[in-house]
Design a binder for this molecule. Sequence first.
Ligand code: PEP
Ligand code: MG
Length: 756
Amino acid sequence: MSAAAAARQILTHLHEVMASRLHAQGKLDRVVEIVGEALDSEVCSIYLLREGMLELFATRGLKQEAVHVTRMALGEGLTGTIAQNVETLNLAEAKAHPDFQYRPETGEEKFHSFAGVPIVYRERAVGALNVQHLDPRRYEDVEIEALQTTAMVLSELIANTGLIDEEEALGLTEASTEPAKMEGLPLVKGLASGVAVYHQPRVTIDHVVAEDVEVERQRVYRAFDRMRDQIDTMAQQAEFGAGGEHEEVLQTYKMFAYDEGWSRRINEAIDSGLTAEAAIERVQQRTRMRMREIDDPLLADRMHDLEDLSNRLLRIVSGQIGTAASKGLPRETILIAKNLGPAELLEYDRRKLKGVILEEGSLTAHVVIVARAMAVPVLGRVRGLRGMVREGDEVLLDADAGTATARPAQTMLQAFEARFAQTKKRLASYAELRDVEPFTRDGTRIQVMMNAGLRDDISSLNLVGADGIGLFRTEFQFLVSATLPQRERQTRLYRDVMDAAGSKPVVFRTVDIGGDKAVPYLASEYAEQDENPAMGWRALRLAMERKGLLKAQARALLEAAGGRPLNVMFPMVAEPWEFDAAKAVFDEQLDYMRDRKKMLPETIRYGVMLEVPALAEVLDLMIPRISFMSIGTNDLTQFLFAADRANPKLAERYDWLSPAILRFLRRLVRGTQGQPIDLGVCGEMGGRRLEALALLGVGIRRLSITPSSVGPIKELVRQVDLAEIEAAMDEWLVRPPGCLREAIAEWAQAKGIDTQ
Ligand code: PEP
Ligand code: MG
């Protein structure tokens, strides 16, 4: 029998068993027989959760004495791993898996291959369905899908027969009145407190096996139509109409909503005898499985968009439409979700939504970009989230520290309130500095600019009182897009940024794609040959090769700046000729525009990033060509120390406050002194107080930093006497102390300078 035929056979038989008058245990016993036989597997077993343990409820092939005797903890053995991680395993050799555990009472030592799927009830694993085979072999995809379908049928059985304790299944036992501390990844920093609200009351799938395939097919068609209408309407709404990232997001949604492959797979699942709901869920399970295998965060983010749409489709088809947003938030809320779509987040009342905690999520996910724009703290990647928080629980979210606490004790609440108040006070004091100009004690004006990259960042400019945008990372628009952003869209963004900045300068850096900033639609250009992406085919190197890309960007910038000043900066320039070649692309576009009598920028200033050390050796050749230079300490440090900036093992190994870096920077400052060129620093280093103090000490007078650091750095600047720190730095760099960081910190403390 082919694997596909086996899968169909299982479904037909399951239908009969579920409709039969057998009691629950009898049904389980029949299911293991049906599945084992159809998949030609010696063993098929069902484990269900009872009193916190996974208990063997039914088996074909293992010793019958083990039934209701063999019990595994969550996370123990292969079965425990499946249930704990809610993941599917498909192993040719079970014993080779690190989590394999042998239970003598079952007599399973003779079996080699193993496949298992979680049985999921209300989004929590309440058991596992496994098959084992004498010979080593991997089960085919259709067979795994048949197992997953069976697991869905079993969860329907569980829901109807009380085979497991519902409270327990939801993880809400007595113990859950205790505080629960969760850890995760800070995606948008900040503090918040409120009551837990689940974004989505889970769609419950009541029926898995279809009565009438044609009826189910029509239901899915209608649901698709409705979903597409919804997405189209959303795209037309004013909020998204103005261009920018939201629009990019919706383009991705549209692409998926109209994706033929997706609807075809759902149709195929219906053909195999599933209801519309089960078919949608089935296809989504398969996508999730694939997602686990993809090691590309950007692609994974796009997959979350598909998951979002799939949930929407499921809600439409089942009639269980409302999310918590549609019911309205009762009061200050911390939203709990597995993942969220950006559009879904925007449906919430911004006055009440105080924070978000996600089981998934990543820094580049669309929803995170939107949350950042809404100034809503987000904690992501919280494992086991939904088992720890109950709807209505009090929750403290500390996305600065990467933690959240549900049902906090009184003392925790008080401590949190105190921190909250302190943070608010600190933020307010920075806000007061908004209009204060950062003069040092000896009267030197330091330029404190900010880094940006998204349309939503621009509002920070006036909020924090920065002197301008010292680094606009244009590649962000490329990163949040599903496809290469068209020139018109680029022009619109650049024009909006300049409009918002008014008379303040904006330095646009041409795209720095590649390295850690991978975009899927250009991946083939650099992914294959780059063993060492940070030093590979990225930034200007890629843009010059892909002339069309740089040309389009040059035109977009030149047009957007019609009638006003434009500042263009090229990334990763290592030798002057690279600058010349890039500038030539701009000159060509200028000629073209001049010929067509288009409005040109009032002035154009060109500059480069200094992040490749080689450029420091040819300053005399570079300087006459440019108006400004910005030191990118993020890349410069990784190249100076030969230490990957994204490698966590190296993150703490080399210090920005080391003689090597500071001497290098001071030499750069001295090499440009007296020359008609603006020099600044735009890496993360400048946003930290102690580091900024050291930068002032080596002669840096212009910083471009993350917006939230502008206030703290202005405050620092006002406490510094430049002559003093320069003199101290000169001594340190001639005879470096054992730990330069400590020496600078002690010095600052003695001077009463707050560097925290
Ligand atoms: C840098 O390298 O320091 C920099 C500012 O650019 P990016 O972080 O975007 O590479
Ligand atoms: Mg860089």
